[in-house]
Design a protein around this ligand. Structure first.
Ligand code: KG4
Length: 339
């Protein structure tokens, strides 16, 4: 079954053709990062307009790369939640038009479920049940993946997402948006013991995260140094900050793995590209005999191949959208895939 998948929830316009949930026939991503960098973050109005400008060409290229036409596909899938409403609506409206014109079913896909599915593309041996850590720019979740379309969220962030925490710290120490990857590069040259940052706890919710205190700590560190006329090493701050974020992610994830006895861990989302996260997870999993699954770098950040992959399983579960499909800005994963 060939699915044309569309993703426009944030600042990447992406289309892909995916066969039977794992064979990626094409994967086209048009990033808007250069446009948003000027403002230090994603500007929703600009994001929607840029999706509108590029979605036709991106879809056309995805079909061309897959060597097929819309008529050769069996369904159209689209991310409908969570995300920026204006941005989501561009993809949804475009997908509805295609599905209607070609007489194909329309499959609504949850963005986080898409990130989770990204690891099925590279790892044919990864099958539920397993534990998954989703770490992206907008979300941080520890998920029990019971089946391809059945998820229980064990932990979530109470405030900032892991990627947001990295991007905000990066901005404070002088890196461009989105700064996660610059922190990653700088951390390799810095001393991770140079500064100590807090490990915030969430009362009564041992698997939940809180990153906002960490961000405040870096703001205070930089401001205090500025007031004293001191210059701090960007690389040392990056290394110390990244180490703290990694420690928190590893500690909570391993707590959940140990508690429930998981022997398979999947780590997905934009921040799963981080070299510190990858090596810290490898070490912790190695010590416990847990098999770790990491996506190829091209499937860590937002893309439509992962949406096409999840859409296949959603299709098998009978999920369909009708012509009234709408975008939803906030939609917990287990509110739709919990049953
Ligand atoms: O998954 P994604 O593309 O978008 C969302 O679904 O939110 O994730 C984007 C996030 C950004 O915060 C970006 O800074 C972060 O992923 N990111 C990284 C790295 N590459 C991307 N963070 C740390 N290290 C990296 N190498």
């Amino acid at each position: 079954m060939k699915i044309l998948a569309i993703e426009s929830s944030c600042d990447e316009t992406a289309c892909a053709v995916v066969e039977d949930g794992t064979r990626v026939l094409s994967n086209v991503v048009a990033t808007q990062i250069d446009a948003h960098r000027l403002y230090g973050g994603v500007v929703p109005e600009i994001a929607s307009r840029m999706h509108s400008e590029s979605i036709y060409a991106v879809a056309q290229k995805a079909l061309e790369d897959a060597n097929c036409t819309l008529n050769d596909t069996d369904a159209v899938a689209v991310t409908y939640a969570p995300g920026l409403i204006g941005a989501l609506l561009v993809g949804i409206s475009f997908a509805k038009g295609l599905a209607m014109a070609a007489g194909k079913p329309l499959i609504p896909v949850h963005h986080i479920a898409g990130h989770i599915a990204a690891n099925y593309i590279s790892h044919s041996d990864l099958k539920p049940p397993y534990l998954c850590l989703v770490i992206s720019g907008g979300n941080t979740n520890i998920v029990h993946v019971e089946d391809y379309t059945k998820f229980t969220v064990l932990g979530r962030t109470r405030d900032d997402a892991a990627g947001e925490a990295l991007d905000k710290a990066a901005r404070m120490i002088g890196f461009e948006y989105p700064g996660g990857k610059y922190i990653d590069e700088a951390a390799k040259k810095g001393d991770s013991t140079a500064f100590s940052f807090p490990h915030p706890k969430v009362a009564g919710r041992e698997f939940d995260f809180s990153f906002s205190g960490l961000k405040t700590a870096v703001v205070n560190l930089v401001h205090n140094a500025q007031q004293r006329g001191e210059e701090l090493s960007q690389c040392d701050i990056a290394a110390s900050y990244q180490k703290t974020v990694c420690d928190i992610l590893v500690q909570k994830t391993m707590l959940a793995a140990d508690r429930y006895g998981f022997k398979k861990l999947s780590v997905v989302g934009g921040v799963s590209a981080n070299s510190g996260v990858r090596s810290a997870m490898e070490k912790a999993c190695g010590e416990r005999g847990i098999k770790l699954y990491l996506p190829e770098l091209k499937y860590c950040g937002d893309n439509a191949a992962m949406i096409g992959c999840q859409a296949y399983y959603d299709h098998l579960a009978g999920r369909r959208a009708d012509e009234s499909l709408n975008g939803i800005a906030t939609l917990p994963l287990d509110s739709i895939y919990g049953e």
